[in-house]
Design a protein around this ligand. Structure first.
Ligand code: DLL
Length: 432
């Protein structure tokens, strides 16, 4: 049930005491070893002595993705290359990737925090786990790989893609747990069922999903697809990869590995730190990383933190499922729209499937949004009256939630693109 019980159930006061000590040490470490931070901290007049309590973290300036980009590839590393034993990178949509480095101690810490989240989610040394994240520069596959090996699970490094073969392995190897994005798991279940494989021919019982968001409604669809228990875990290449937080079996938030990551919630517009319990942008300071330390990294992910102890006995604070990313938020006719809000509505309508796409276009200065969604049943396409009624139902439901009348396009089953990694739900045609 626990991987490191003494840490995971530490009294709150002790966690905070440990975080304060580590934060002070980290500020000094960055000041002494990274010229970028030396300059930043000097400018902001921050010394380790200035950090007397955790809230004094507010004196430290934020670090952003641009800071990392400006120091490409290794400029923010705090250790010489001879001490760096691994590099990963996040692809990024434009330009150069974000490069992250690990010392041997960083890799140990990483596999510990991943092992913790896997155990919390219910994985054991009896599990046969198929890792369907792409192996390579992406942190997802190798991150989960070492954590799962650490707990003694049998790891199948099947990587992503070649979905027919994935499904064959699921069946032939008696895979009990799967690691992937929720959207890829959903697609795999579709391929399995199309190949005539039923869930009772499989031994799957657990999903360790992450790397992209999914609403509770979508999660139910993924669970039904494969008849398994789905859990969510969160992370980011810059911070370590997977392992920052993960759900326990109560699934009431993702436990943050607070001994290694100090989390804050801020107002993403003003940069102001918000009160506990408020929703806003997650800012994380890794407290123990050696190769690539970061102070107050702005993740752009929106969530909320709950500091109450959990029913599972863990005292580590919990992050809500990610609501969206600041930069994924669309502004349609003056209304802020998170794709997850639309997903929640779509998932309540039985005649449409879980595959959808949001197409954003621009006319003049106005952004427009079209929702394309697959029907579950082809035969509906010939019944115009019913189709129209369904379209209006979807439109009305979305209107109730967002106050916006959106164009709804119903498409044939299995015609929208499927994804093997992070799903790209938004098709942005604004600059075309
Ligand atoms: O996706 C790390 C990871 C791998 C986490 C495997 C969990 C499992 P990046 O590619 O750098 O790293 O992407 C990080 O993905 O800022 C979030 O926007 C999003 N993300 C990651 N996990 C979740 C999640 C990995 N559980 C970015 N829910 C983050 C929602 C997530 N979004």
């Amino acid at each position: 049930m626990f991987f490191q019980k003494d840490i995971e159930t530490m009294p709150r006061q002790e966690i905070e005491k440990m975080q304060l000590e580590r934060l002070r040490r980290m500020v000094k470490y960055c000041y002494d070893n990274v010229p970028f931070y030396h300059e930043r901290l000097t400018k902001a007049k921050v010394t380790p002595e200035k950090i007397k309590q955790l809230s004094d973290i507010r004196y430290i300036p934020y670090t952003t993705k641009d800071d990392i980009r400006d120091n490409y590839p290794f400029g923010l590393f705090a250790q010489p290359m001879k001490n760096i034993v691994r590099l990963h990178a996040s692809s990024g949509t434009t330009g150069k990737p974000t490069v992250v480095g690990y010392t041997r101690n960083d890799l140990d810490m990483w596999s510990d925090v991943v092992a913790r989240l896997c155990v919390a989610a219910g994985a054991t040394d009896e599990d046969i786990v198929q890792i369907c994240f792409g192996y390579g520069l992406f942190t997802g596959a190798l991150g989960l790989h070492y954590g799962l090996e650490k707990i003694g699970a049998t790891v199948i490094p099947s990587s992503s893609g070649n979905t027919q073969k994935q499904v064959m392995l699921l069946k032939d190897f008696g895979t009990t747990a799967i690691v992937s994005t929720p959207s890829y798991a959903l697609y795999m279940s579709e391929v399995a069922h199309d190949a005539g494989i039923t869930n009772d021919q499989l031994k799957l019982r657990l999903g360790l999903f992450g790397s992209e968001g999914c609403t509770p409604e979508m999660r139910t669809a993924v669970e039904q697809g494969f008849d398994l228990f789905a859990t969510d875990n969160y992370g980011m290449s810059e911070l370590i990869g997977p392992g920052v937080s993960g759900e326990c079996t109560y699934r009431e938030g993702m436990h943050i590995a607070e001994d290694h990551f100090l989390a804050e919630i801020i107002d993403s517009n003003t940069g102001e730190v918000l009160e506990p319990g408020a929703t806003g942008e997650v800012v994380i300071t890794p407290l123990t990383k050696e190769a690539f330390p970061l102070l107050r990294y702005r993740t752009k992910d929106i969530s909320r933190i709950n500091y109450e102890p959990c029913k599972c006995g863990r005292t580590m604070a919990r992050m809500d499922k990610i609501k969206g990313r600041c930069d994924d938020m669309l502004k349609i006719k003056g209304v802020n729209v998170f794709p997850s809000q639309i997903e929640s509505v779509l998932m309540t309508i039985p005649q449409i499937g879980p595959h959808y796409q949001l197409v954003v276009t621009r006319k003049g200065v106005m952004d427009n949004l079209e929702v394309k969604v697959e029907l579950t049943d082809n035969s509906l396409l010939e019944q115009y009256a019913e189709l129209e009624t369904l379209q209006h139902t979807i439109q009305d439901k979305i209107h109730t939630v967002l106050g916006l009348m959106l164009k709804i396009t119903l498409v044939e089953p299995k015609t929208l693109e499927r994804f093997q990694g992070k799903a790209q739900r938004i098709l942005d045609l604004r600059n075309q």
